[in-house]
Design a protein around this ligand. Structure first.
Ligand code: TC0
Length: 333
């Protein structure tokens, strides 16, 4: 670390902190993740090796790049490129949302980065405004893969992930067979938040989170409903929490296929309720959102399909923006 001087802490990644630093000789500004635990801790060493292997595979213009790895005083340090700010800071700075065009530019790049991760069988699992970085030219890069996991066909993941507000229904009901569609759900939540400036589902508990989702998007898919009803410990704790709350807000949870959910479910899924929730959203934006936020993860389009959505095809946006993006990336190289 003696080659770098610390400037400020920019984030608490998983199992470590992320510092903004300056290279003493070159003046290069970087982000350095320092693992808090010593490499003597076998668990941390295994996690660090897995994270490093994953990061070395993830080379894409919409993913923050790893510059170097070094060990100092029995601790690992990961040196990354530094980008100017996060989408969270943009949302906090403007209030009321980023507008149609900037939101479209940002979410298009988020999907490009996710598409590359998914093609490399990696799920990010923690997409949220503070994990999406923006350069001074507007290049968007995903960061903090500390929660990322290999998403293989038979992978079963039981550890909980994702910041609650961006957590897909399958995570909330404890579906161990969840996959990369959790990133698509989070991208949908992020897009809605960029448009309005407010989180789409700001749940204050897992029960509240599931209630807010089902109220807007309709009932759980049958597999998740039966998971919740099955005598699983997770289902019991969710049901217990909802019964204990005794408020209407949660009572619908124990009857997620009841009239309230069914009325919202309708043939167009949550499109009608989304339109009421986002009255200023374009029809292509609403359709894009309703695709990302499908309750059944098996029916959610993948990122490659979403990149072909009319939201990006209309007015020749994708073709025009990719030319601009390549120019910005070249300038920042
Ligand atoms: O497994 C991992 C672990 C860590 C990272 C990671 C890599 C790079 C960054 C990063 C952050 C960053 N820039 C930045 C980050 C946060 C802010 C928010 N404002 C700060 C608080 C003053 C502003 C700028 N540039 N690069 C952050 C995390 C990663 O991408 C993967």
């Amino acid at each position: 670390m003696e080659r770098y001087e610390n400037i400020e802490v920019v984030g608490e990644g998983s199992y470590g902190i992320v510092m903004k630093c300056r290279h003493k000789e070159t003046g290069q500004i970087v982000a350095i993740k320092k693992f808090l635990e010593s490499v003597e801790n076998i668990h941390v060493r295994k996690l660090a090796f897995r994270e490093i292997r994953m990061l070395k595979r993830l080379r894409h213009e919409n993913l923050v790049s790893l510059i170097e790895v070094f060990k100092r005083k029995k601790r690992f340090y990961l040196v990354f490129e530094y980008l100017d700010h996060t989408i969270l800071e943009e949302l906090e700075a403007v209030g009321g949302g980023l507008g149609f065009e900037l939101s479209r530019r940002h979410i298009f790049q988020v999907l490009r980065g996710l598409n590359f991760c998914h093609h490399n069988n990696i799920m990010h699992r923690d997409i949220k405004p503070e994990n999406v970085l923006v350069s001074s030219h507007g290049v968007v890069k995903l960061c903090d893969f500390g929660f990322a996991r290999i998403s293989g066909p038979n992978e079963s993941c039981t550890d909980y992930v994702a910041t609650r507000w961006y957590r897909a229904p399958e995570l909330l009901v404890g579906d161990a067979r969840y996959g990369r569609a959790v990133d698509t759900w989070a991208a949908g939540c992020l897009y809605a938040e960029m448009l309005t400036g407010e989180p789409l589902f700001p749940g204050d508990s897992d029960v509240d989170q599931l209630y807010r989702i089902t109220r807007l998007m309709g009932g759980l898919c049958h597999r998740h409903q039966s998971l919740l009803n099955r005598n699983s410990s997770h289902g019991r704790s969710l049901r217990k929490a909802s019964v204990e709350s005794l408020s209407y807000r949660h009572a619908t949870l124990t009857n997620l296929n009841g009239p309230s959910a069914a009325s919202a479910r309708g043939p167009s899924g949550g499109l009608r309720s989304l339109r009421n929730h986002l009255p200023c959203c374009s029809s292509s934006g609403l359709d894009f959102l309703s695709q990302c936020l499908r309750m059944d993860p098996d029916t959610r389009p993948n990122c490659a399909q979403l990149l072909q959505h009319p939201l990006f095809m209309q007015d020749n946006f994708a073709e025009r923006f990719l030319v601009e993006l390549r120019d910005y990336v070249a300038k920042e190289a």
